[in-house]
Design a protein around this ligand. Structure first.
Ligand code: NAD
Ligand code: ZN
Ligand code: ZN
Length: 394
């Protein structure tokens, strides 16, 4: 049993104190896990565009500071709260921002992965059990001392900290022999993208696909479509440097909107007579969503919306446009039910069905987290892996 069990742990975390303010690495206190909660030592965490969106605070309603961001990670269980049966101290786990309680009406049917109790909720900042936080600090952002103040949670996870507390519904046990760094990718980006292609769109062999936005999520869609045997995968991105990486993930054609004098969808309809079978929007830009919709073939084209849209604008479509027979749907966490389906997906990745290595483009120590944010913001990284703490061999 860990000698920290049942005690408050003092450790380092990267705390976000306000929109766009550099994260501050500082000491925080992490309470023991309560009933059906798990305390996890985070080993590696990377940064997803959704962290960037929460940090910039563009959507004012979602703002909550001070807060610990981060949701794409891998760690090891330090201790579990009362009633937790499926993980124990020492297990290797990945946190999941979209949980699975296993008991609600959604979890017990096969249709959706949006658990009634623990589905992703960008507004959520407190634990379900008692409406409190498990994080607190007595240090202000300038390093001065303060009364104990609470630090908010983020996206069911909060992984930019040496220790975090998660609802057990948001903890997925993985094979202890699985490569830890790569497994962190399954915590969000790669599962989201591959799952959008496999589960939501159900891409078929020999079909055509267009992927808008070639960050980790979009490239994971491409990798998923490649693994399913798609015949053409068109990658669209305004950053030409993403195209090189795209070739590794099966992207066959590139379209840079900056090089065109016509709308992207017209170019895609020219490339693939009439339009693609599937398109995926992975930029979070509403105008791009319209291009993705119009890039599919009338009659059967299917658009999957993956990006997170921080704007209050609504769908950029006239209802009559749906009479052309194109469909549009959203996908959260690639449609995967995390606890019941991710372990199998992890096995497939370990067998090489999906290539994980190309997604980790940078590695930095925890202290350099602000540099890692900047790399993503500048479009210079796919995933920058931060080493949050070290795995101590027993
Ligand atoms: P990223 O920043 O690494 O990649 C975004 C890519 O889109 C970049 O390559 C950028 O150059 C490109 N882009 C941006 N605007 C563009 C435009 N107008 N035209 C063409 N290309 C453009 O981000 P990521 O981590 O891959 O995440 C992608 C999106 O997916 C984000 O909106 C993120 O919040 C969302 N996301 C959704 C889920 C989910 O479950 N639905 C999960 C994870 C991430
Ligand atoms: Zn994410
Ligand atoms: Zn549920």
């Amino acid at each position: 049993m860990a000698d920290t069990q049942g005690k408050v742990i003092t450790c380092r975390a990267a705390v976000a104190w306000g929109p766009e303010e550099p994260l501050v690495i500082q000491e925080i206190c992490v309470d023991p896990p309560q009933k059906m909660e798990v305390r996890v030592k985070i080993l590696y965490s990377s940064i997803c565009h959704t962290d960037l969106g929460a940090w910039t605070g563009v959507n004012e309603a979602e703002r909550a500071f001070p807060r610990i961001l981060g949701h794409e990670a891998v760690g090891i269980v330090e201790s579990v709260g009362e009633g937790v049966k499926d993980v124990k101290e020492g297990d290797h786990v990945i946190p999941t921002f979209n949980g699975e309680c296993g008991e609600c009406r959604v979890c017990t049917n096969g249709v959706s992965n949006l658990c009634e109790r623990y589905k992703v909720d960008p507004m959520k900042r407190l634990m379900v059990n008692d409406g409190g936080t498990r994080f607190s600090t007595t240090t202000n952002k300038d390093g001065s001392s303060s009364q104990s103040q609470r630090v908010y949670h983020f996206l069911n996870t909060s992984t930019f900290t040496e220790y975090t507390v998660l609802d057990s519904a948001c903890v997925v046990k993985i094979d202890p022999n699985a490569p830890l760094k790569q497994m962190s990718l399954l915590s969000c980006g790669v599962s989201t993208g591959v799952g959008a292609a496999w589960n939501t769109a159900n891409v078929k062999e020999g079909t055509t696909t267009a992927v808008f936005g070639l960050g980790s999520v979009g490239l994971a869609v491409a990798e998923g479509a490649r693994a399913r045997g798609a015949s053409r995968i068109i990658g669209v991105d305004a950053n030409a440097s993403k195209f090189e990486k795209g070739k590794l993930m099966g992207v066959t054609d590139f379209v840079n909107p900056k090089d065109l004098t016509k709308p992207v969808h017209e170019r895609i309809r020219e490339l693939i007579g009439g339009g693609v079978d599937y398109s995926f929007e992975c930029t979070g830009n509403v105008d791009v969503l319209r291009e993705a919709f119009l890039a599919t073939h009338a009659g059967w084209g299917s658009t999957v919306l993956v990006g997170i849209y921080l704007t209050p604008r609504t769908l950029p479509l006239h209802p009559m446009e749906l009479f052309d027979g194109r469909r549009i749907t959203g996908s959260i966490f690639g449609g995967f039910k995390p606890k019941s389906q991710l372990p199998n997906f992890a096995q497939q990745c370990m067998k090489g069905v999906v290539k994980l290595e190309p997604f980790i483009t940078n590695e930095l120590p925890f202290e350099k987290i602000n540099d890692a944010f900047q790399l993503l913001r500048d479009g210079k990284s796919l995933r920058c892996l931060l080493q949050i703490s070290k795995l101590l061999k027993k």
